[in-house]
Design a protein around this ligand. Sequence first.
Ligand code: F6R
Length: 616
Amino acid sequence: MCGIIGYVGPRPSQDILISGLARLEYRGYDSAGIAVIDGEGGLGTRKRAGKLQVLRDDLAAHPLADGTTGIGHTRWATHGGPTDANAHPHLADDDKLAVIHNGIIENFAELKSELVAEGYTFRSETDTEVAAVLLGREYQASGDLVEAFRATVSRLEGAFTLLALHRDQPGLVVGARRNSPLVIGLGDGENFLGSDVAAFVEHTRHALAIGQDEIVAITPQEVTVTDFSGDAVDVEPFEVVWDAAAADKGGWSSFMAKEVSEEPEAVANTIRGRVHDGLVQIPELDGLDELFTGIDRVIVIACGTAAYAGMVGKYALEQWARVPVDVELAHEFRYRDPVIGPRTLVVSISQSGETMDTLMAVKYAREAGAKTLSICNTQGATIPRESDAIVYTHAGPEVAVASTKAFVAQITALYLLALHVGRVRGALTDEAIAEQVAQLEAVPEKIARVLAGEQEHIEQFAHWMADTRSVIFLGRHVGYPIALEGALKLKEISYIHAEGFAAGELKHGPIALIEPGQPVFVMVPSPTSSPLLHAKVVSNIQEIRARGARIIAVAEEGDAAVLPFADEVLRIPLAEPLFEPLLAVVPLHIFAMGLATAKGLDVDQPRNLAKSVTVE
Ligand code: F6R
């Protein structure tokens, strides 16, 4: 939620800040702002409600004096609406100090009362300004920005990444983090801070991950990290594997279009390096067999699309590893006193690795003695750092708010994990693993076939459906989470009401929704590999067709049984049941995007949302 960047070095900072914010805009796009210590030692700020372009236009029309120390922010509003006044940076100490923030300061009201009683005044409704004023007060007392930061963060409760600079200390940006992300980019004679590596990947791929409750001070030549008590701490260096071009739109009309087109590579790259002689070997899990042998249950926790990937993964983990699996929404998990302990493996799934609901659930699970493994797409992110083991998805940077390529990568990682656990627990023979691996390895080419064969067709009928007010998605078995994902994607980017149901559940109530013309997408299982399920779903189609529904069937190539009852058929290549979700979801992603585009909506930045939900 909110993207943050800081820069110190020899170069004028405004362009660096603005282009970093452009890469972070997916984190929030209600308002944006920058603060720069100019060459004359003045502190200039500019902030505007609206997308980054509004700020850009403003800076072009009324340039701000440039300088080589600066911070920038792009906001997803929490406290106070998206106005110029509530946009960051917030100023204090007679406008000599600027602060930006990501997160929520839970005790801001009581701190504000304390400061108001001392005579301080406020210009915004934000919790951030309270931190800024507090920091200003501490700076007045010590004259040292790092010391003042230390005193300030010790008073704050909640989640925060804070960055600050002070006019009287040019060449210094100070940051602190608790339960919100912050990474350091190491340049040559210049250094960066960012909410994630996208902020600075065009300048450097050398990075340091900052731990919980740590303070960092960067100057052009030096990076110092201490804990909140002032003791030096070790920081973990890493090389960013993404290149800057991967986080650019290239020639695509939207990041989402680009990312859907990258679904084949997201699967292929997640498999790469983890299959040897037909068997799964996940280097990150070497020596960690006891995570999988000493357990009698797995709980998968995640939110939104990642949770649907988890639901698909449950089928594979149970079928291949013969271990019972529950899938839970992370935000529900820790509030119901779950029965977990050392014999539970909690698998978290998160593209960003920063989703607060998931992070808190992981911490809860660890404290309760469970083992934790995280499936994550973002290096240096918090959730993997809080887990006993990590399996990275290699989908590359996902910028569009709606998750697409990360979803197929998450399912792929779960399948690799299920095969690995199946071997470690002795539930699968090498031959059985090799058979499934061969199926998995065939998936990227099959997804590419769906994209090549169906994209135009789907975009065309999505266009015809631009006036639709409601869409239903049905699936059975692994098709059920795909129906949920199809509905979520449509709601999220086209603002059309959509619901996903287990096809068998329809007759227990939702069938009452069907009236003439109601569009219903149906995930049709393979007639070859799941004949029984196929027959049941074809019956479900007939039931709703008889009541006037307009059927859009996602069906295997050559499946003729659906033809008499379907208004549209979207074809996917033949695959074993467990691999169908990776193919069936592709037309649904294209459809959601096609419909939102037909309605003239911004598919990358849907209203009210942000990519990384770092508040609970
Ligand atoms: C939907 C979507 C969200 C995320 C969810 C979890 O398209 O993107 O539902 O899947 O917010 O995000 P991560 O995976 O970053 O934890």
